[in-house]
Design a binder for this molecule. Structure first.
Ligand code: SF4
Length: 346
């Protein structure tokens, strides 16, 4: 039976038969280190314990294994944090993180050292300082809400923040990164849509990793957002044992497109602590992306990207199709073809 509220402790996981009795002590240790939450919507999508939804949300002892390359701040947010709640890495955009809580806690989370219950909401004076920071810098063209999951905030809490941003002349785009429409779709209401309806265009980037996550309620939530004129993009993390097959990626990206969500980024797994069991190699990722190109329409293709550890930005790492010699090109099925070099000018 699906739990009526989020599952948050090892004992609750056991009561819902998501872990075995002998795992209880170890999973309690994992939960002490990294927050646990499985919403009723995601619980209802778990068919068995080895499936792509369970693997993303049910904690495992593998999280206690740290490899030498893993880091507490894998994408290097800290050096680019001028005031609490702001990350300013690129000149024309900032991340705004008003909350560090989420409806679910993904076992591969790249911010797992900072998200979770606790001191996780920006205080009023910190929020004011963050908005002042944006207001004082005309080069900031885009504000990206992330966290935590910003859409865990009620429309009533979001509205005044959005109104302030809407009034800043140089902020031309507001973007939300969220898992809410898929993992907690009941939060997507006409009130939320009203709060997101501003003069400044609001884009929503939906984080989702497998089509099994996207149930009827999620489809309704996406329809409500898209039908209200909010452009929808998606972000997916490439995860071993979850979506690291051409079939799983094809199914996810087709599902997104038919629900009016344009696949935007496929992220290579970050070097977050205790997540090595989820990481593929870059070569495996490139091969998957190459095979995907031969299987699905161009609109279904995201860009395969890597956040360079240490905060050095995000770059595409997709497979190379042009030969090193510049005189050949490989097709989506792996066959190389000659391409004539440019004839010398007379
Ligand atoms: S929703 Fe995002 S921030 Fe929250 S736990 Fe998942 S990956 Fe981390």
């Amino acid at each position: 039976m699906v739990a009526s509220r989020p599952i948050r402790t090892a004992k609750e996981l056991l009561a819902q038969q998501l872990i075995e009795e002998e795992q209880l002590a170890t999973i309690a240790d994992v939960a002490k280190q990294y927050a646990v939450s499985i919403t009723p919507a995601m619980h209802s999508r778990i068919v068995d314990l080895d499936d792509p939804v369970a693997r993303q949300f049910v904690p495992s002892s593998a999280e206690l294994v740290t490899t030498p390359e893993e880091r507490e701040d894998p994408i290097g947010d800290d050096p680019f944090t001028p005031v609490p709640g702001i990350t300013h890495r690129y000149p024309d955009r900032v991340l705004l993180k008003p909350v560090l809580v989420c409806p679910v806690y993904c076992r591969f989370c790249f911010r797992r050292e900072v998200v979770g219950p606790g001191d996780s909401l920006l205080k009023e004076d910190q929020l004011k300082a963050a908005l002042d920071y944006i207001r004082a810098r005309p080069e900031i063209w885009e504000v990206i809400f992330t966290g935590g999951d910003p859409l865990i905030m009620s429309p009533g809490r979001l509205e005044p923040i959005l109104r302030e941003l809407d009034a800043i002349e140089h902020v031309k785009v507001i973007r939300f990164h969220t898992r809410v429409p898929v993992v907690d779709p009941d939060r997507v209401t006409p009130e939320l849509v009203a709060a997101l309806t501003l003069d400044t265009p609001v884009w929503v980037v939906v984080h989702t990793n497998h089509s099994q996550e996207i149930g009827q309620e999620a489809r309704r939530a996406l329809r409500l957002l898209a039908g209200s004129g909010i452009p929808l993009l998606s972000q997916t993390v490439l995860l071993k044992g979850v979506n690291d097959t051409p079939e799983a990626l094809e199914d996810l990206f087709r599902t997104l497109i038919v629900n009016r969500v344009k696949p935007y980024y496929l992220h290579h797994g970050d070097l977050a602590v205790g997540t090595s069991h989820f990481r593929t190699t870059i070569e495996e990722g490139q091969e998957l992306v190459r095979r995907l190109r031969g299987r699905v329409s161009g609109v279904c293709q995201p860009t395969y990207v890597l956040d360079i550890p240490g905060g050095h930005g995000k770059v595409p790492i997709g497979p190379r199709y042009l030969g090193e010699d510049g005189a050949s090109v490989t097709d989506p099925w792996g066959v190389a073809h000659a391409y004539p070099p440019k004839a010398p000018q007379e």
